[in-house]
Write a new protein. Structure first.
Length: 190
């Protein structure tokens, strides 16, 4: 059963990865690079700042830092615990896949840190800002879904890596959103 699931995952990876073309490579490399999203994160923080008191904003910053650290560390724990090689490290796939990224990255890829972090941010920010920006959560989820696809496109993650990252990230984002709300009400930071 597990072998069939992994084969299906490989087949889906090859299909999705090979949909790419050199025309779109630069766009997806841009999209998947975390550094380029700093202005986007700054806008989200500004929207959060506008909606909260200065004390609650500082608490939110700490909660966000904890959330990102948590998702990163658990992701690394899974990567090094399960030791599933990235598709770009699989010799059998190298001749039939597209590796867009100049280098493959770390040896192991289960589950995707980009997928888990982006989904955690999407859920957290979407829930936190939903009262003022009703449709923001849908935009954030779409942004995160594209982030996950970018990892398949450039050849460094299987679809199951991305899907698992999404599930973990959504849970993390919701958990840290609840933590921020608990702190807000416990310490009356409205």
């Amino acid at each position: 059963m597990l072998e069939q699931l992994l084969q299906l995952d490989t087949d889906l990876f090859l299909y999705l990865n090979n949909l790419g073309s050199t025309t779109w490579d630069a766009f997806w490399m841009f999209y998947t690079t975390k550094f380029y999203w700093i202005p986007f994160y700054a806008v989200l923080l500004f929207l959060i700042f506008r909606q909260h008191t200065p004390k609650m904003f500082l608490v939110t910053l700490v909660v966000v830092a904890l959330m990102v650290t948590f998702t990163d560390q658990i992701t690394n724990l899974f990567k090094h615990g399960l030791m599933r090689p990235r598709p770009c490290h699989e010799e059998a796939l190298q001749s039939v896949m597209r590796l867009v990224k100049p280098h493959c990255g770390g040896k192991y890829g289960y589950f995707s840190g980009h997928a888990s972090n982006s989904m955690a941010v999407a859920v957290f920010a979407g829930l936190l800002l939903r009262h003022k920006y009703r449709y923001l959560i849908f935009i954030m989820l779409f942004w995160s879904a594209l982030m996950g696809y970018s990892r398949i496109y450039i050849g460094v993650h299987y679809p199951l890596d991305v899907l698992s990252g999404f599930v973990f990230g959504a849970g993390s984002g919701f958990m840290f959103y609840k933590l921020s709300q608990f702190l807000k009400h416990k310490y009356k930071l409205y």
